[in-house]
Design a protein around this ligand. Sequence first.
Ligand SMILES: Cc1cc2nc3c(=O)[nH]c(=O)nc-3n(C[C@H](O)[C@H](O)[C@H](O)COP(=O)(O)OP(=O)(O)OC[C@H]3O[C@@H](n4cnc5c(N)ncnc54)[C@H](O)[C@@H]3O)c2cc1C
Length: 402
Amino acid sequence: MQALKMRDLIDQLYADASGDQRDLLLGVIDAIEGLTRQFDREFVKQCEQGKREYSELYQTMANLGLLGLGVPEQYGGTGGGLTAAVLMSDLLGQKGVASLSQILSGFSRHPILKHGTEEQIQTFVVPTISGQKSFCIMVTEPSAGTNTFAITTNAKKTEDGWRLNGQKTFITQADKADYGLIVTRTGALQGGDNRRDGISLFVLDMNSKGIERQKLNINLGRSEDTQWNVFFDDVEMPENALIGPEGRGMLCMFDALNPERFLISALALGFSEFVLGNTVDYVKQRSPFGRPTGSYQSVQHPLAKSRIQLDAARLMLYQGTKVYDAGGEAGEYANAAKYLSSTFGTDTCDAAIQFHGGSGMDDDTDVLNIWKLLRTLRIAPINNEMVLNYVAEHSLGLPKSY
Ligand SMILES: Cc1cc2nc3c(=O)[nH]c(=O)nc-3n(C[C@H](O)[C@H](O)[C@H](O)COP(=O)(O)OP(=O)(O)OC[C@H]3O[C@@H](n4cnc5c(N)ncnc54)[C@H](O)[C@@H]3O)c2cc1C
């Protein structure tokens, strides 16, 4: 779906809304078109070769107000709700410029904006608008894995704050982020309906004493998207590190999870679009038998299927963020959009690799790395089986299966 169709989508979805939101979203499309003329996929390749720095892109995004999308104007943000942030991710993906790191601060800010004090918003959220500060998000632990309620990393109350001990794993951008949004145990593990209790949400200063990092051997083709084991040994956190009420951190964290799923969905759809466009261009000219491979039905049909699937997933995504921004219950949209985008995205990459033939396996063709990223999104931030568990239980009323 190219920029013109994105305009149609926004026009149609917001035809009945106030002109302000529609105009802001159309302004985002214009801004990203201008930005990606300057910072395109070639720029990403040059950064990976050490010839340019990603900071050039982020500084320009900050200057354009793009890092403030989704943060209310009263805090110096650009507004536009989650839809604006999602639109940016989608469009950057469509040019092959998006990354996991770019969206981490986007969804880490939500629980702080909703449950934080004015002082916490000023300290932790506002500096992300100018790109001065960034976030990583720290949930996963080696033993607990998908079962966040079983985490054991703990924060104990001290006279003037909290003392943190334990370990997190698979943490993206733990080396560069200034703050870590972290869930830890502050009370005993409980069973049944009380299993959410005793977990609290904190913002950790990632430069604190007692934090150690160990790089994992995961390569998603983008040097800024690295993953880390992070160890905490008597790390001191001040009083104001606690977000929301003590012991109710999971409820606060749930306010980051739907935005996370929507933003991940946008990233996956954007990149899928990039891959689909490049593949259509390739099969139009590649002619080993004297006519383009794109003239064969066996090549056309998987690509046509992707076209339909990506459009369907995108409608689910933007309808969902519209509901979310209006304060509605968007959980089912968020889960469905994340499931559809990661599934259809990997299908699109698989077809792209096939129709590039042998060169599909060459990193320079620029599909394999994107396949790796999209394939990851079927596992992280939540695996698609858990999404189906949610739908089975909440939409179909079937018994909880795990
Ligand atoms: C590239 C990458 C980046 C990541 N970034 C972050 C990050 O920044 N912060 C962070 O906190 N975490 C991050 N993660 C961790 C990610 O969220 C976890 O990998 C994911 O939640 C699954 O946990 P696990 O790997 O321990 O899998 P496990 O819990 O061991 O599960 C393995 C598999 O078992 C199946 N399974 C598990 N439970 C169920 C169930 N109840 N029903 C059905 N099937 C089930 C699923 O197929 C699942 O994929 C990242 C992971 C990757 C790969």
